[in-house]
Design a protein around this ligand. Structure first.
Ligand SMILES: [Zn+2]
Length: 215
């Protein structure tokens, strides 16, 4: 089972990927993480990537492809792969087909965590945490029992992340749509894209993803 998991920032993609890793022993192949790990471990591809980055250049598609191949070879044939942040272009999507085919694998599903943009804005901009103990709250969905006093530690100081504002959320949504626009039609044409309501409860989202994987 090999899947691509897509979802805009704030849709809970990281959590869902982690659950698939824990429950099904899948491996999450995030190109950024893999690149850092390969450079650190000094693998052949890692050394190549390091030289490119030291020259201040961007890592090419060829290097990324080689990196994914190296990782798939290392993880053996049993574990499924969750691709995260890759592919981003039609060329990369084609490369991925080749990389998988060379190892007797194929892409089974593209799962997109679908969000309602306005609801996402509300969800993210309403978040705040206790400045003392870090307990999370929300303007609309989870106020402290006594307004202005942390349920857990009694502190009266709270903080918000500067990124949790409407403009940032909408910019990230636009970036996400721009990034996925080149590849979604390719997989839609193959009939392997399934959308899951990313605004639902985490556990419901997990259950929906599991149904797709087991289908
Ligand atoms: Zn607190």
């Amino acid at each position: 089972m090999n899947i691509i998991l897509l979802g805009p920032p704030g849709a809970g993609k990281g959590t869902q990927a982690q659950r698939l890793v824990e429950k099904f022993g899948m491996r999450q192949l995030s190109t950024g993480d893999m690149l850092r790990a390969a450079v650190k471990a000094g693998t052949p591809v890692g050394l190549q990537a390091k030289a490119v980055m030291e020259r201040g250049e961007l890592v090419s598609d060829e290097i990324v492809s080689a990196l994914i191949g190296e990782e798939l070879d290392a993880m053996g044939t049993e574990a499924g792969a969750i691709f995260d942040g890759y592919p981003r272009t039609a060329a990369q999507a084609e490369s991925l087909d080749g990389i998988l085919a060379a190892r007797g694998r194929k892409l089974d599903h593209v799962i997109e965590l679908d969000v309602d943009e306005d609801a996402l804005v509300e969800r993210i901009t309403g978040r705040f945490t206790c400045a003392n103990c870090g307990k999370g709250y929300h303007d609309k969905f989870e106020q402290p029992r006594q307004l202005g006093v942390c349920d857990k530690c009694g502190s009266t100081e709270f903080k918000r992340r500067p990124d949790d504002n409407e403009e940032t959320v909408r910019t990230r949504m636009a970036e996400y749509r721009a990034k996925t626009a080149p590849i979604l039609p390719i997989y839609e044409a193959r009939g392997i894209v399934t959308r899951v309501n990313g605004m639902a409860e985490m556990d419901h989202v997990t259950a929906a993803i599991e149904r797709i994987i087991k289908s």
